[in-house]
Write a protein that binds this ligand. Structure first.
Ligand code: PXG
Ligand code: PLP
Length: 440
């Protein structure tokens, strides 16, 4: 029974200060293109394209039509021992976009599920090949790999781990993160300093013996932690160390896939081919929840052994390959092609970097970071009140300027639409500057 007095009480919101939010709720009731709308008709410009999700804008007519049609044709069908036409079609389209040699795709419903699936595939792969000593997993400080137990364990966001410290997965180590304001402040794109931090993997391989390590997982560009681009050569070096020790390299591309860094995948942008890629978000433009794990042929083939009537991987979700989600994904892939979305993203990159770095000399700013269409402006924290400045900017942008961004503590984070209009984006950054100037 709902005995609560306030109509906002029942919903326990994720990653939100519930009590603070419910004093002045920010409730969106509609969206179109690059704007959200609220019930009173207020339009807000979305500088975060959903939650890094909606690169082609909201309510794209082609995607809306595909979902409407699919839900009236095949709303759901069992995902185990049978499947649907759209899931197979989307798996082909997504693997077509992937680097050569990565041509198999396992569907999930979110980035968190993709990460836990990838970790399980890595462990089961080694076991299938008779290397069952390879059980250790390596993540990185400040990494975000979702909130399920596997992803949380390899993740490196301290507040996300703190309450669950004793129950994190055993056998996990972390590389150091590569954020270093002293050396790299205000770098455009990839910093020169920090490549050597990849050698942490070599040290862990020496410590544990490389033959005990199953996989290392990193975001090619760390997103949630406030946009941390990899130092020049860092990802290449991780690849080399993995190859030397037989360790699988997993790129968590939940944010960096589908044009966010100008290519189908960050792997292609950085010219480093991992063994496994995790995705979600841009797979369906956020319209229907869906994720995917892409694996190399070598991994897939290792499972396709033994009696043919046996299930090869005891893993899957009720909604794996959901037909409506897959139909959304197919329409999104069409839009990416027809509208040249990834090319639009590349064209916008320089202007976006210019807008961001116009804050380099702002008196409250201590660092600006960018890569592709991912950007962060880090403000100095207020004495004794870390995070308060970032939250104030976020709220003022929302209520006073009708601009939506995201703050992680005092870092303002931007994830513009891949097809943003440069003038709209410029005006929105001017609004952010007005707010930053107006507060203490
Ligand atoms: N891996 C990465 C690299 C992500 O960015 C996930 C896994 C988890 O995906 P799901 O779909 O389970 O949320 C993500 C998600 C932020 C923010 O503030 C970023 C994410 C989620 C929530 C907030 O930048 N990324
Ligand atoms: N819990 C119970 C009791 C279930 O029956 C199932 C699936 O059948 C799950 C959890 C897992 O749900 P999902 O497949 O949607 O991840």
């Amino acid at each position: 029974m709902n005995s609560t007095a306030n109509k906002f009480d029942a919903y326990w919101m994720p990653f939100t200060a519930n009590r603070d939010f419910k004093k002045q709720p920010r409730i969106i009731t509609g969206a179109s293109g690059h704007h959200y709308t609220m019930d009173d008709g207020t339009r807000l410009y979305d500088m975060f394209s959903g939650l890094w999700t909606s690169g082609i804008g909201h309510c794209h007519p082609k995607v809306v039509a595909a979902v409407q049609q699919q839900v009236a044709t095949l709303d759901y069908c069992m995902s185990f021992q049978m499947s649907n036409d759209k899931a197979f079609a989307l798996a082909e389209r997504v693997t077509d976009l992937a680097p050569d040699g990565i041509s198999h795709c396992f569907f999930t419903n979110s980035g968190s599920e993709s990460v836990d699936t990838a970790l399980k595939i890595a462990l089961a792969f080694h076991r299938a090949r008779g290397e069952s000593s390879r059980t250790r997993l390596i993540g990185r400080e400040k990494g975000y790999h979702g909130v399920n137990f596997g992803g949380m364990s390899v993740g490196g966001m301290v507040p996300n781990r703190k309450a669950f410290s004793a129950n994190l997965m055993p056998g996990v180590d972390h590389l150091r993160h590569t954020l270093n304001i002293e050396h790299n402040a205000f770098t455009r794109g990839q910093p020169e300093w920090g490549t050597h931090l990849a050698d942490d993997l070599e040290r862990l391989a020496e410590l544990h013996d490389g033959s005990n390590i199953a996989a290392v997982i990193v975001e090619p560009v760390a997103g949630s932690a406030g946009v941390i681009p990899p130092p020049v050569g860092y990802l290449q070096r991780l690849r080399e160390i993995c190859d030397r020790h037989g360790i699988l390299l997993i790129f968590d591309e939940v944010i960096t896939a589908f044009g966010r860094v100008g290519k189908g995948f960050g792997a292609q942008r950085f010219d480093v081919v991992p063994d496994i890629i995790t995705t979600a978000k841009g797979l369906t433009n956020g319209v229907i929840p869906m994720g995917a794990v892409l694996v190399s042929d070598a991994i897939f083939d290792a499972f396709m052994q033994g009696p043919e009537q046996m299930i090869e991987l005891f893993h899957g979700y009720t909604y794996s390959g959901h037909p409506v989600a897959a139909a959304a994904g197919l329409a999104v892939m069409d839009v990416y092609n027809e509208e040249g979305t990834f090319e639009q993203s590349v064209i916008l990159e320089t202007k976006f970097a210019d807008f961001l770095h116009s804050f380099d000399d702002h008196d409250k700013v201590i660092d600006v970071r960018n890569f592709g269409l991912m950007g962060a402006i880090e403000m100095a924290p207020r004495e004794g009140a870390p995070g308060s400045r970032g939250l104030e900017v976020y709220k003022k942008c929302f209520w006073d300027e009708h601009v939506v961004l995201r703050n992680g503590m005092d870092t303002l984070v931007f994830s513009p639409f891949l097809n943003s209009d440069a003038d709209e984006l410029e005006q929105s950054f001017e609004a952010v500057r007005r707010v930053m100037d107006s507060i203490d």
